[in-house]
Design a binder for this molecule. Structure first.
Ligand code: TRP
Length: 335
């Protein structure tokens, strides 16, 4: 696909700034977001209000994480010259659209979204019986609809949210006329990566490799990584399938000949864990080092980061304001 950015199909996606980014964000989102810049007009944003829906009791980390995450996006190859990078709360029109959508969405539609009850159970230490948390997928609907994006690059876990988005948009359009676009997920093809301990990768389990980890930390974390537990000695044949160390090799080691050799010797009981892990750590650090270098430049110049966020938000806002003028008109709020 060619053409000026504005003639390309538009995509919108966001990430909640709840902590440092790790390998899961790299393979689950950023590795998909970066190439879309070649073919689409991309709007990528830090969903700080969405973070607030679960972190409201201690919101002190949100703005710091927002800028830190932005540095990781830039380090991973998101280009502020080609994509519109912004902060949700700097485009307050999202909140206005959320409010107008809330007029037509039946509360049971929101209660039925599977993540609603799941998250309440999972985050039982937090009181998520709030209106803000119930409205999470509605705010997400506003995030996307305000830019008229037909496609939303997300992982499988967001499909239910977009299904709700389509239903809400349809209902809104039925009532007020065809003013909003129904969004579809653009599914990220992800090889599900487990955490270092073979549980689900999650910052709350402390089983992640973070994009900001230094080389020594990566070596140390990989040395402690879960592997075939039956293999108590190097001469015992091991299992490669479902072994996180080899899943990471497949995902991050570009030297496929080396990976094939390690797998063959692992199956034969002819390689030690140390060699397998040392080679994984080397591949991982080769991938992360250039990102660390770029990240460092931004972290050392927080003013530059802030400027990118503010300038991108100003650009996003031009589109959002224009949409809201049409939406207000459709709803009949004309004065
Ligand atoms: N809910 C998304 C997540 O947790 C984040 C998000 C908020 C988002 N608004 C969005 C993603 C709009 C895509 C489009 O990953």
């Amino acid at each position: 696909m060619t053409g000026s950015p504005s003639s390309r199909p538009r995509v919108v996606s966001g990430m909640r700034p709840t902590g440092r980014l790790h390998l899961g964000h790299l393979v689950g989102a950023l590795h998909n977001w970066v190439p879309l810049q070649e073919t689409h007009e991309c709007f990528y944003f830090v969903a700080d209000w969405h973070a607030l829906t679960s972190e409201y009791a201690d919101a002190s980390g949100i703005t710091g994480h927002a800028l830190d995450n932005l540095a990781d996006w830039l380090a991973a190859g998101i280009d502020p010259e080609r994509s519109t990078l912004f902060v949700q709360s700097l485009v307050p029109e999202h909140a206005e659209l959320h409010l107008l959508l809330s007029m037509v969405v039946p509360v049971p539609w929101l209660e039925r979204v599977p993540t609603y009850k799941e998250q309440q159970l999972q985050l039982a230490d937090k009181d998520l019986s709030t209106l803000g948390f119930l409205g999470y997928p509605l705010l997400q609907t506003a995030d996307v609809a305000i830019y008229g994006a037909r496609h939303v690059p997300v992982g499988e876990d967001q499909v239910a949210h977009l299904e709700l988005s389509r239903e809400v948009v349809r209902r809104f359009n039925n009532i007020f006329g065809e003013v909003l676009v129904e969004p579809q997920p653009l599914l990220t093809p992800v090889s599900r990566l487990p955490g270092l301990d073979n549980r689900k990768m999650s910052k709350s389990y402390g089983n992640t490799i973070d994009l900001a980890d230094d080389a020594a930390t990566v070596v140390k974390k990989i040395r402690q990584m879960y592997t075939d537990p039956k293999r108590v000695r190097a001469d015992i044949p091991g299992t490669v399938e479902g072994n996180p160390v080899f899943m990471y090799h497949d995902a991050f080691n570009p030297d496929t000949a080396e990976v094939d050799d390690l797998k063959a010797r692992y199956r034969a009981g002819a390689v030690g864990d140390v060699e397998v892990k040392t080679k994984l750590a080397a591949a991982m650090n080769a991938l992360l080092e250039p990102m660390r270098e770029r990240r460092r430049q931004f972290v050392e110049h927080p003013d530059r980061l802030r400027e990118i966020a503010v300038e991108g938000s100003r650009k996003a806002r031009v589109v959002a304001v224009e949409t809201m003028e049409r939406v207000r008109g459709a709803v009949g709020l004309r004065y």
